[in-house]
Design a protein around this ligand. Structure first.
Ligand SMILES: NC(=O)c1ccc[n+]([C@@H]2O[C@H](COP(=O)([O-])OP(=O)(O)OC[C@H]3O[C@@H](n4cnc5c(N)ncnc54)[C@H](OP(=O)(O)O)[C@@H]3O)[C@@H](O)[C@H]2O)c1
Length: 260
């Protein structure tokens, strides 16, 4: 039978933030599409439980402990994966944190931490992975941004700046590395129910506010990222680079419009 254009067979994918809800869902989708997956996260215990949840596919899953904010650790991970698996075809950067505070009183250490993990961490991972991808003249880099790369939401100045930065980083790397067969794209989730956002879901007034501006009237669940993640990693998207695809139930299209 002919191989599907969405197949990830014989591909090696690294997913940072794989112990988080979105990174885990993407990892699962890649395994189902045939890839060998490297689950990368900070916490060995969380990695162990992620691998247990994946169960049957253990022969195509390995884990790697890494703090993406540390460029040396990132380089060591990339070299380690090359030594162990011989190739890196796909990188997904889904590691990230959030601090919420009004911009006027945003603590500078908290600001730096968000930028260091979200933006610099994405840069370190993409740069290190691309060095290997260039030698093969092929590769897929998928950066998780956010709807907040496009719209203003109060109290998340550092996060929004990091996500907007990632969106531009994606374009800059896409044009530099197109000649090397590497595509660089972003996925921008809207509001997904995960560990990061759980507090917004349990607060009924906050939940009502964001559901009001989502035309589909529901939040995303991590599995809603499966299709687009596989698509951007597969041969089906080989002429797409420098783009951001928002997965937001129509939030951005409606611009938060409550009329009608
Ligand atoms: N949920 C949403 O609505 C939403 C919307 C738009 C964008 N996003 C973005 O999507 C990504 C995944 O978020 P999520 O909702 O799945 O949140 P999550 O469940 O909290 O997952 C975040 C992941 O990032 C990892 N991480 C944090 N700092 C790290 C570091 N320095 N080095 C390595 N890994 C680190 C966490 O590992 P530890 O557990 O070890 O800290 C965890 O695996 C994040 O970048 C987030 O900003 C989420």
């Amino acid at each position: 039978m002919e191989k599907s254009i969405f197949s990830l067979e014989n591909k090696v994918a690294i997913i940072t933030g794989a112990t988080g809800d979105l990174g885990f869902a993407i990892s699962k989708a890649y395994i189902e599409a045939g890839a060998t997956v490297v689950l990368a996260g900070r916490d060995q215990n969380k990695l162990k439980s992620a691998i247990q949840k994946l169960g049957e596919s253990l022969d195509r899953v390995i884990t790697y402990v890494v703090d993406v904010a540390d460029a040396k650790q990132v380089d060591a991970m990339i070299d380690g994966v090359i030594q162990r698996l011989g190739q890196i075809d796909i990188l997904v950067t889904a590691a990230g944190i959030q601090h919420r505070s009004p911009a006027l009183t945003f603590n500078h250490d908290a600001w730096n931490e968000v930028l260091q993990i979200n933006l610099n961490g994405t840069f370190y991972c993409a740069q290190a992975a691309a060095k290997h991808m260039i030698s093969k003249n092929s590769g897929r880099i998928i950066m998780i941004t956010s709807l907040t790369a496009e719209i203003g939401i109060p109290n998340i100045a550092a996060y929004a700046a990091s996500r907007g930065g990632i969106r531009q980083l994606c374009k800059a790397m896409a044009v530099e590395w197109a000649q090397h067969g590497i595509t660089v794209n972003c996925i921008g989730p809207g509001r997904f129910r995960t560990n990061m956002t759980e507090d917004l879901f349990v607060d009924a007034s906050k939940r009502t506010k964001f559901l009001d501006v989502i035309p589909m009237k529901r939040a995303g669940s991590p599995e809603d990222l499966a299709g687009v993640s596989v698509f951007l990693a597969s041969d089906a998207s080989s002429y797409i680079t420098g783009q951001s695809i928002y997965v937001d139930g129509g939030w951005l299209a409606g611009c938060g419009n409550l009329l009608g």
